[in-house]
Design a protein. Structure first.
Length: 285
């Protein structure tokens, strides 16, 4: 896929992408396909969301979906019983605020939409039980300010769930990441931070507890892969060295062994832009 110029909006870029037959899988993996309600339901039933739900277990009340995009996470949160406000600065009807309003109307779910940026949340202190952000923080113009704002609007004891954030090992890796990103050249706006930059931003924001999910640790970071497809990939690569695919499949059938291999592999994983997720909690009053 190559293109000579960038589009003037993300909406235009996505519309162009959806018209490219060879990019069908990328469109599906990004949940950019229509009908939107079907795409949102596919996200709600995905392995990624099922693991996200484990961090929301036992929680209820109000949720803020920051950088909500098309509203797929807002839909999932609302289906799980949260009262949802979707924060999305782009007004677009394919990947912006109008799309979320359309999704809410089709689904009959109570999702309010606010068109604003994450660095200046137009809400009172302690307004939400949960703040959710999917692939949002690496887009922020001021990471520290965004984390402080998320902390401010959380109720005591509330959590931020920030998933699928791009990480680089050194600043010089950023150019390589942007060069290989499949969508950056269409409109721009992609970015990545050092891992310590995310952690420091959460700490500086005031969070008392921060859980870091590494790229190979959680299915949240693996999508569009799953543990099963990762298992198959490892078996295929090992079969190139020793062509015994059935043997490798049997050996890797042990989840304990697979997780051990992934635990070891993370120490050698320095891919520019690899995905991390963060669970940050605000201390209870």
């Amino acid at each position: 896929m190559s293109i000579d110029q960038k589009f003037s909006s993300w909406e235009e870029a996505v519309l162009w992408l959806r018209d490219q037959p060879d990019q069908r899988q990328l469109v599906l993996d990004a949940y950019y396909d229509d009908p939107l309600l079907k795409a949102a339901e596919r996200y709600r039933t995905s392995e990624e969301w099922q693991h996200i739900r484990s961090y929301l277990k036992g929680r209820s009340g109000s949720a803020l979906d920051v950088g909500a995009g098309r509203g797929i996470a807002s839909y999932a949160l609302a289906c799980d019983g949260f009262r949802v406000i979707a924060l999305e600065p782009d007004p677009g009807c394919v990947v912006g605020a109008a799309a979320i309003r359309n999704l809410a109307g089709q689904s009959g779910l109570d999702i309010d939409v606010v068109e604003e940026f994450s660095e200046r949340l137009p809400f009172d202190d302690g307004s939400f039980d949960v703040v959710f952000a999917r692939a949002v923080l690496h887009h922020t113009r001021n990471l520290n300010a965004a984390c402080k704002e998320m902390y401010r609007v959380l109720k005591p004891g509330g959590i931020v769930v920030a998933v699928r954030e791009h990480v680089i090992s050194r600043e010089t890796d950023l150019e390589a990441f942007l060069e290989q990103h499949p969508l950056h050249h269409l409109y721009g706006g992609e970015h990545a931070f050092l891992l310590r930059s995310y952690v420091d931003a959460f700490r500086g924001g005031g969070f008392s507890s921060i859980t870091v999910l590494t790229p190979l640790q959680s299915p949240i970071n693996l999508f569009p892969h799953s543990l099963d497809t990762i298992r198959d990939m490892i078996a295929q690569r090992l079969s190139r060295v020793l062509p015994l695919p059935a043997v490798w499949q049997t050996i890797l059938g042990s989840d304990r062994l697979l997780h051990f291999m992934l635990l070891v592999a993370k120490h050698f994983d320095h891919r520019p832009g690899r995905l991390y997720s963060f669970i940050a909690q605000k201390a209870a009053a």
